[in-house]
Each structure stands twice: as structure tokens, then as C-alpha cells.
Design a protein around this ligand. Structure first.
Ligand code: AMP
Length: 279
């Protein structure tokens, strides 16, 4: 497994690959877990080589505190990457990516950026767009893998690739969960024992909401979820929304032709957890 921190060196390596080599790319912020590994394993199956980037992108954090506290576990990340036969790891510094100008490019994602996470995390998706576009330019991947865990991000990346005519195929990968249903996340390691114990309530409620959606209106399901969280003092609901998968517009009425998804964000003390389910 090769590890590069410099743009020039990884580009030289990529240039030296045989023409037509299929490159699978998995961008991450490190603190790797089995959710990340599931993306890498899928990329291994579908490409000749796999490149993983580890970069905690400063421009996508709206709170400095979150950036500073983001877990950094590079030694264990590298051994996990070796264990799944990752070929190349890219670990640039912020200076390498941004020089001294740590700011985002501004994007228009046709409104996808104003829904859900966009309402609560100022400038987040401009930061995501900026780093992912830059990484695509450097890595020139054939296929790029993103988790449905961050479904809004996945749709935004699809939109960016389409609008900016970037030639990589975006592959969405299923959410990987703990045995008790909690969606794997680098943030889970920061939960207190008490909060970790109640956190599976989030997915349990999503699954029940899916059942309810079969027989009730969207508004009734939203009311029901909001009430469920009122009885759960350790978890504070930030939002629960039902939206059209493609546009992420919150729904008014059900239409048989459309695919819907429910989205949730919850605070477990200071740790913010997100999850979603296809309805
Ligand atoms: P992150 O390091 O949190 O930026 O995540 C890197 C990639 O891994 C993103 O595309 C995430 O959506 C994906 N990812 C993170 N957690 C999971 C999970 N539990 N299941 C599937 N994909 C995930």
C-alpha cells in the first residue's frame, strides 16, 4: 500500500498507471470504521485499483469546535486500509489542498443544499463540494463511492458531477450498521456509555416510521416521530423530514410514482447523529 501526502507525487503515480486502469475512489475524513471499509470493499470488486483519501476538510465545518474535536486515528486507519488491500492512500495537509487560502468555492446545487443539513450547517455543502471537486481533479477516478449514510451529500455530489461535467461515476453504498441498528459513524466513539445505549432508538424509530408511512399521511408520521422523541430525554430531535429522494423537497402529498426517504438528525448530548431510511 502506497501513502502519498503530496499532490504531485500521487499524480505522478496515477500518470504511471497502465492506460485504461479503472480507479475506484473513496474520499473519507479518517477515523475509519466498518462503514468506510464496506465502501472500500465494494470499490475493490469493481475497479483495478482503489485510492482512499483521508482529509479532515476545514471548509465543511461550520463550528471550529467540531473541527478541532474531530477524531484523528491515522495509525489505526492505515492498518485498517492495509487489511482490506487498499492500493493507495492520499493524506494531504490543509496547506497542500488550499495553500494559505482556506475558503470554499460557492456552488448552486439547484436547491438540494438548502434542505435539511443545509438549514443547520451553514456553508457545509459548499465546503463538501469544494473538497470533493478538488479531489476528483487530483485522483481522476473512474468510479467514486459515497455512503447513503450521508444521503443529502450523495445527491449533491451527483448534482455537482452532472453540472460540472466531471467524468467519474458516482456509486451510492448502503448504510452499514452496528448489530443494534445504530448507523456506524466516526462520532459514535465520542458517545457516553449512557447515550450509546439509547442511540439505537434512532433507527428503531425510522423503521417504525417506515411502517406508519404505509398507512398514514406524511404529517401524521412526522407528528408521531416528534412525540416519540419527547419521551426520550437523552436524545434531542433536531429534525425529522420526509422528502422526495431525487429533489430532497419535503413532501406534501404522496404520489405513487415518487421514491421517498425519511431523514433524521438527533443530538445525543453534544454529539450530532444523522440517519435515513428509504420509505
Ligand atoms: P466520512 O469519513 O464521515 O466523511 O465518510 C466518508 C464516506 O463514508 C462518506 O461517503 C460516508 O457517507 C461514508 N460512510 C460513513 N459512515 C458510513 C456507514 N455507516 N455506512 C456507509 N457509508 C458510510
Amino acid at each position: 500500500m502506497l501513502v502519498f501526502a503530496k499532490i504531485k507525487s500521487i499524480q505522478q503515480k496515477i500518470k504511471s498507471l497502465k492506460k485504461g486502469t479503472a480507479i475506484g475512489f473513496v474520499p473519507t475524513m479518517g477515523a475509519l470504521h466498518k462503514g468506510h471499509l464496506s465502501l472500500i470493499k465494494q470499490a475493490k470488486k469493481e475497479n483495478d485499483i482503489v485510492i482512499v483519501s483521508i482529509f479532515v476538510n476545514p471548509t465543511q465545518f461550520d463550528k471550529q469546535e467540531d473541527l478541532v474535536n474531530y477524531p484523528k486515528t491515522i495509525d489505526s486507519d492505515l492498518s485498517l486500509l492495509k487489511s482490506v488491500s487498499c492500493d493507495i492512500v492520499f493524506t494531504p495537509t490543509a496547506d497542500e489542498i488550499y495553500s494559505s487560502n482556506i475558503i470554499s468555492q460557492l456552488f448552486n446545487f439547484d436547491g438540494l443544499e438548502h434542505q435539511m443539513e443545509g438549514k443547520f450547517r451553514d456553508g457545509h455543502f459548499d465546503g463538501v463540494g469544494t473538497i470533493v471537486k478538488r479531489l476528483f481533479e487530483i485522483v481522476t477516478p473512474t468510479k467514486s463511492y459515497f455512503g447513503e449514510k450521508d444521503f443529502q451529500q450523495l445527491q449533491i455530489i451527483r448534482k455537482m458531477v452532472e453540472k460540472h461535467q466531471i467524468s467519474t461515476k458516482i456509486i451510492g453504498c448502503e448504510i452499514y450498521r452496528e448489530a443494534d441498528g445504530l448507523a456506524m459513524s466516526s462520532r459514535n466513539s465520542r458517545l457516553t456509555k449512557e447515550h450509546r445505549k439509547v442511540a439505537p432508538f434512532i433507527y428503531k424509530t425510522l423503521k417504525e416510521a417506515k411502517k406508519e408511512f404505509g398507512i398514514k399521511s406524511a404529517i401524521e408520521v412526522i407528528d408521531w416521530v416528534e412525540n416519540e422523541f419527547k419521551n426520550q430525554p437523552l436524545l434531542e430531535l433536531e429534525y425529522f423530514e420526509i422528502a422526495v429522494e431525487e429533489t430532497l423537497q419535503p413532501i406534501k402529498n404522496k404520489d405513487q410514482e415518487q421514491k421517498y426517504r425519511a431523514f433524521i438528525a438527533v443530538f445525543a448530548d453534544k454529539i450530532r447523529l444523522i440517519d435515513n431510511i428509504s420509505l
